[in-house]
Design a protein around this ligand. Structure first.
Ligand code: ADP
Length: 250
């Protein structure tokens, strides 16, 4: 049984539909990239999967007792969040809050989990530093460690490499892939089709035509890139390198 199943899902705001009749499923261990033009509804879908927003209609079901608060989420960062005046350790620990119920203080279990995830993300050395003093790449590692405190199973990442330089972007993709290889299912919004095709097992392309399938099916599909209506040099970033990669994967 899939970890997450979406059936006939329509979503949007105040009766204004952004996506209609969406169907897809995610199995344990999958790495799903959600791609599509700006404004196509990727973030709205992610918020709906997290139950932060109600669907207009349709169903989202999860298996294996996975609760919405057991999903690790790395949101897109706003400028205000980038300037958040808290220590790295405090931010990572806050990822444990969803599983604490009414308990008002972090206990040994939460502290040990935060320590483990800071080590895993290579950020232990600056755990007492203020988050807002860190580089963009370090901040994303902190947020990834925070998301890992909330989950052992499923990570939802909303453009985790936005604003990072190419070297740090590559490192971030490698880290996410390692987490996926360790058994964590990944659903990631990406503007980078090249990276989506390199790292993911499945692609959900939202737009005029919706496509869901494996990476190989996406490349072969007439609905897939580049037949999706995204022209080279417009819309998605890095479309040109991605186009070259599509050819090399086909
Ligand atoms: P993407 O992540 O693909 O760029 P979004 O999910 O952010 O797209 O937005 C999809 C559509 O929903 C856009 O037309 C956007 O303007 C609209 N939208 C996003 N957030 C809201 C909101 N809080 N209220 C009303 N409309 C919104």
């Amino acid at each position: 049984m899939p970890l997450l199943t979406v059936k006939n899902l329509s979503l949007g705001y105040d009766g204004c539909r952004v996506i209609e009749n969406l169907n897809f499923s995610v199995n344990e261990g999958d790495y799903l990239s959600i791609v599509g033009e700006n404004g196509s509804g990727k973030t709205t879908l992610m918020k709906t999967l997290l139950h932060l927003q109600k669907p207009i209609s349709g169903e989202i079901s999860v298996s294996d007792g996975l609760k919405p608060d057991e999903i690790g989420y790395l949101p897109q960062q706003t400028q205000v969040q980038k300037d958040f005046p808290a220590s790295v350790r405090e931010i990572v620990l806050s990822g444990c809050q969803s599983s604490m119920g009414l308990k008002p203080f972090y206990g040994k279990k939460e502290k040990a989990l935060a320590t483990k995830n800071m080590e895993l993300m290579g950020i232990s050395d600056f755990k007492n530093r203020c988050y807002r003093e860190l580089s963009g790449g370090q901040q994303q590692r902190v947020l990834l460690a925070r998301a890992l405190c909330a989950t052992k199973k499923l990570l939802l990442l909303d453009e985790p490499v936005a604003g990072l330089d190419p070297v740090v972007t590559q490192q971030m993709y490698e880290t996410i892939k390692e987490l996926n290889d360790s058994g964590i299912t990944v659903i990631m919004i990406s503007h980078d089709i090249g990276a989506a095709l390199e790292y993911s097992t499945h692609i959900l392309h939202i737009g005029k035509d919706v496509f869901f399938g494996t990476k190989a099916e996406y490349i072969k599909s007439d609905k897939g890139f580049p037949a999706s209506g995204i022209e080279l040099g417009t819309g998605l970033s890095q479309t040109e390198p991605a186009f070259r990669e599509v050819k090399s994967y086909a």
